[in-house]
Design a protein around this ligand. Sequence first.
Ligand code: PBG
Length: 330
Amino acid sequence: MTGFPAVRLRRLRRSPASRALVRETRLSPDRFVAPFFVRRGRGVREAIGSLPGVDRLSPDEAVAAGQELRSLGVPAVILFGIPERKDENGSEAWDDAGAVQETVRALKQSVPGLLVMTDVCLDEYTSHGHCGIVRDGEVDNDATLPLLAKAAVSHARAGADVVAPSDMMDGRVSAIRGALDAESLPGVAILAYSAKSASAFYGPFREAAGSAPKFGDRRGYQMDGANRREAMREIALDLEEGADAVMVKPALAYLDVIHEARGRFDAPIAAYNVSGEYAMVKAAAGNGWIDERRIVLEILTGIVRAGADFVLTYHARDAARWLAEGGLEA
Ligand code: PBG
């Protein structure tokens, strides 16, 4: 006998217990990475207007936040630096006493079980807001590579476990790998922002980091979001250059890219549930138009179902709490 009435898919949906047994995608806090915006100082916790619930933190506050995440089962954080001064070359990016470097040291000392990743890019640090050196009105790819490598080495020397270049220069992964190895840091991993599209979804982040470009836009180096095949080439190249894990960013409008990457590559795949995706949820939830808890767990489940091994998300702490309280069935 085939088909209805012998077959009734509703039978296994009747109770939370049977739904739990047959659930294909299981969300757990150990898939989350929490982004931190860090600045120098003590006792600093500055609210960010466009990202309600996310603060700019000084190293000591980052330690407290890291301890809380660790206790909730979140294994990792990724640090973004807010510099004290910006210049043409973004030189604070490789200042060994910079906010990222100080915070890495503090976290590795006080929350040893937490994996510390750092975003490697120049846009927060340059006066013009671009991700590399500007020459004749254009971001100069090859002149930028050694600066990215210097920043990555500085983060790694401070103790970062993983460096994550987000600049989208060609060749940055091999430049960074070469520099790390030359500095006897072969154990530091590279998470490459490989398929990163030029996206309107980064708006709130740029307010948080003060990193909006002062002229032009990032379409000359970030990908055209229309291109899935090109995304596969970016990922393949980063893996050839020595990336240990690759990323698709943003996540929600790019689930097909995550899915195809999962089918083609055996390397770990990360997805970045970016600031605009978070801010939209917060705005609608704040108006009472959606149920934030259920929406967030549904979004994160969708990103993992598409094929991501781990997800960078501003909802990491809340989602971890909600999962502890029963997740989607609560
Ligand atoms: C660049 C960088 C950006 C994000 C992560 N790394 C901004 C950009 O490319 O303009 C965006 C993350 C987000 O929107 O949450 N350093």
